[in-house]
Design a protein around this ligand. Structure first.
Ligand code: GAR
Length: 213
């Protein structure tokens, strides 16, 4: 199983979708630790309910982003997430620095509730409604130094309904998030994601070798 660290700041429904998919035997991964930068994040409770180790690291207690990230790196490594592992940001509302990205190079992923590169930031759903786009959705991507930015792995789209506010749209987007995030992680676990320049290529699933000539 692919070792994963999941980073949360809030409710953790994406974390729950990952837990559920693992427990259903449909995602070949093991969550080694859930890290939160908020002590009251419900995601921590979800982790504890499934006996997953948790760490709370309050960014307010660190002198710099780099110092905070160094401590996150330490906590994640200690949990047993190594070169074969992945760091999954799931509603983690912090920008990570090069300190962090260099340690887990090419193995940090994030989910965002908009069709990137449109509407990055903390209000992606409402920003889409207020702009008046007719389609929005969600994006799983590899993380780079910019917020909600980096090579796209998978996206799902939803129509924006007339009169709907950001919360209503967001609720429908969230349902899709819970489908595409575990899917992206399973592709990673299968080693099917390959970088070609800045593009992510999905390799075909391996076939039953016995059937090949
Ligand atoms: C999700 O909608 C996620 O896409 C979003 O925060 C929510 C967390 O929900 N992330 C961002 O906006 C990143 N900029 P959850 O805690 O229930 O998974």
């Amino acid at each position: 199983a692919m070792p994963i660290a999941v980073l949360v700041s809030g409710g953790g429904s994406n974390l729950q979708s990952i837990i559920d998919r693992i427990e259903a035997g449909m995602l070949d991964a093991e969550i080694k630790v859930v890290v939160s930068n908020r002590a009251d994040a419900f995601g921590l409770t979800r982790a504890r309910n499934h006996n997953i180790p948790t760490r709370v690291l309050l960014h307010t207690e660190f002198p710099s982003r780099e110092a905070f990230d160094e401590e996150m790196v330490r906590a994640i490594r200690e949990s047993g997430v190594n070169e074969t592992g992945v760091v999954a940001m799931a509603g983690f509302m912090r920008i990570v620095t090069p300190v962090f990205l260099e340690t887990f190079r090419g193995r940090v992923v994030n989910i965002h509730p908009a069709l990137l590169p449109s509407f990055p930031g903390v209000h992606g759903q409402a920003d889409a409604v207020n702009y008046g786009v007719k389609i929005s959705g969600c994006t799983v991507h590899f993380v780079d130094e910019q917020m909600d930015h980096g090579p796209v792995i998978i996206q799902a789209a939803v129509p924006c309904l007339t009169g709907e506010d950001g919360d209503a749209l967001g609720a429908r987007i969230l349902g899709l998030e819970h489908r595409i995030y575990p899917q992206a992680l399973q592709w990673l676990a299968e080693g099917r994601l390959e970088m070609r320049g800045r593009f992510v290529h999905l390799k075909p699933a391996s076939r039953n070798l016995a059937l090949q000539p």
